[in-house]
Design a protein around this ligand. Structure first.
Ligand code: IFG
Length: 517
């Protein structure tokens, strides 16, 4: 047992604290940090934020200042301490928070960070801004849960002292929101982005088109939204993002170090497009708009040249407003596309995506075709496809429906969601290791994981919350923390302590009986 040297000052401090019965945190290892950091070393003292504390950032970069302002915006409503962001060329005087970029920090990569909390100062250091942003998330989790409250809360606002060194295991730590079955306005998407950022997730895949709806304005094919975006599952009015609104979502995500991955599913899951343009149908007749929840009944006409003109126009316009490297082409459940048509279609669509400067991504069904080098394959149901994809040199993103589909019910009592892939309670969603999930696929072939929320049965942000929380932090941890450092029995205690935060953030989370909330 490693004995810890606690200075006389600390002992006196603790005695005083005891008698003054204020809860002053002094053990950094007792904090509920998710994802679990690589290394936490406590020094058994306490640092207190006061109205004299400000946030100093090194240098003049606007990006670092905006991270400082992000922190101030999270702290000021609940603490009332009126944090200001100040730039400095050297370490600030005692009592402040200091964000500093240091390109020479070894071993933490571009998303890692170090935090040093002493009695005198809080310093967050990173090689790149993303690491600073993630250090800020950890700092917020070390503060009491009430720091997340939108209204002024009683202090003191103290932090246990010590050091944290942290960096992610996987580079792709994502979630997917299906905005096609039910449309969600930009503010609901931004809300999910905010929640993902709190747990250091960095990819949001938007499922923008399906049988029931087309959700992104394409200026060269306007009927896609005027007709294809007009409805949704159940028949209510649908909606869509103008290119300006999509750009705003992308910018909002970028400011939180989240890359948006747009998906236009094809050749299947295309009824909204087929209902919008007769010429996209092999028989030259537009289909009717569809508001049910069947899958696998639609296909683009793979033999018509106009289909590829359509796809080129769509991907060209989307590429211009998508700074991220990926365009997702879907490719799933093309049950009415002949295999001999599907295979060349997927090959040709990959060419179109690379011609607009993006990397193709698709559901694992695309492994039936020939995958271009660099194409990313998203495993969801058929392990043979995942093995076939890696056999072609493709990298995988793992979204196994039986573990990571957020539309799976928690149990038979869950009213929302589906259960075709089984029930996914919080422990089941957490207890798996991507590196050993697909037999024959090693960690080297895996970019990371993505939890997917399909919305056939999900209609508003409260219902999104209920299916996403409390499972999302677990996927964030699977993507960030080494599997050798993860166990459900240890994690569930940290998750239970997040319950107060979820409440303070106004998240309508499912109180799983597997967790002591
Ligand atoms: N499978 C379909 C989705 C959705 C889902 C619901 C994929 C890749 C079932 N395709 O998952 O469109 O309907 O759980």
């Amino acid at each position: 047992m490693k004995t810890r040297f606690i200075s006389a000052a600390a002992i006196i401090f603790l005695i005083v604290a005891q008698f003054s019965c204020i809860q002053v945190p002094t053990d950094l290892t007792r904090e509920s940090i998710i994802p679990r950091p690589v290394l936490v070393q406590p020094t058994a003292l306490s640092f207190k934020l006061t109205d004299k504390t400000d946030i100093y950032v090194s240098g003049q970069s606007d990006e670092i200042k905006s991270i400082g302002n992000y922190l101030a915006d999270k702290l000021n409503p609940s603490t009332g301490l009126r944090f200001e962001v100040k730039t400095t060329s050297k370490a600030p005087h005692n009592g402040n928070i200091y964000l500093i970029l240091d390109p020479d920090i070894p071993g933490i990569g571009e998303e890692g960070y170090e935090i040093s909390i002493t009695k005198k100062m809080v310093q967050i250091s990173a090689v790149k801004p993303a690491g600073l942003f993630y250090g800020v998330q950890t700092l917020l989790q070390i503060l009491p849960a009430k720091v997340e409250s939108p209204t002024i809360q009683e202090g003191p606002w103290s932090l246990a002292t010590g050091t944290i060194k942290d960096y992610p295991d996987y580079g792709y730590r994502g979630a997917m929101l299906d905005v096609a079955r039910h449309f969600f306005k930009a503010e609901d998407v931004k809300r999910l982005i905010d929640q993902m950022a709190r747990y250091k997730m960095n990819r949001l895949h938007l499922h923008l088109a399906d049988d029931q709806g087309w959700r992104i304005e394409i200026k060269s094919w306007p009927n896609l939204t005027t007709t294809g975006g007009s409805t949704q599952v159940g028949g209510a009015a649908g909606g869509f993002y103008t290119q300006a609104e999509y750009t705003d979502i992308v910018k909002y995500a970028q400011a939180r170090y989240i890359t948006i991955i747009p998906e236009i599913d094809m050749p299947g899951h295309t009824n909204a497009a087929l209902a919008s343009y007769a010429e996209l149908n092999c028989n030259g007749k537009a289909t009717k708009l569809y508001t049910g929840t069947d899958v696998g009944f639609s296909t683009l006409c793979t033999s018509k040249e106009i289909t590829y003109q359509f796809i080129s126009d769509v991907f060209r316009e989307i590429a211009v407003i998508t700074p991220g490297p990926y365009i997702h082409i879907g490719g799933d459940e093309s049950h009415v596309t002949k295999k001999e048509d599907y295979i060349p279609f997927i090959s040709r669509v990959q060419e179109i995506v690379t011609s607009v400067g993006k990397i193709p991504m698709g559901w694992d069904d695309i492994a039936l075709s020939t995958l271009k080098p660099g194409t990313v394959c998203q495993h969801w149901a058929t392990v043979e496809n995942a093995v076939k994809a890696t056999g072609q040199g493709a990298k995988l993103v793992l979204s196994p429906a039986s573990k990571a589909y957020l539309d799976m019910k928690y149990d038979s009592a869950t009213t929302l969601g589906l259960h075709w892939a089984g029930y996914v309670e919080v422990d089941k969603g957490y207890s798996w290791d991507p590196a050993s999930y697909v037999h024959g696929v090693t960690k080297a072939g895996i970019l990371g994981i993505e939890a997917a929320l399909w919305t056939e049965t999900i209609t508003n942000k409260e219902e999104i919350d209920y299916m996403v929380f409390p499972r999302l932090p677990g996927y964030a941890e699977i993507g960030w923390t080494l599997s050798s450092m993860r166990s459900w029995d240890e994690y569930k205690v940290r998750l239970g302590k997040q319950g107060e935060r979820f409440k303070a953030m106004g998240i309508n989370f499912y109180r799983s009986p597997k967790v002591a909330w």
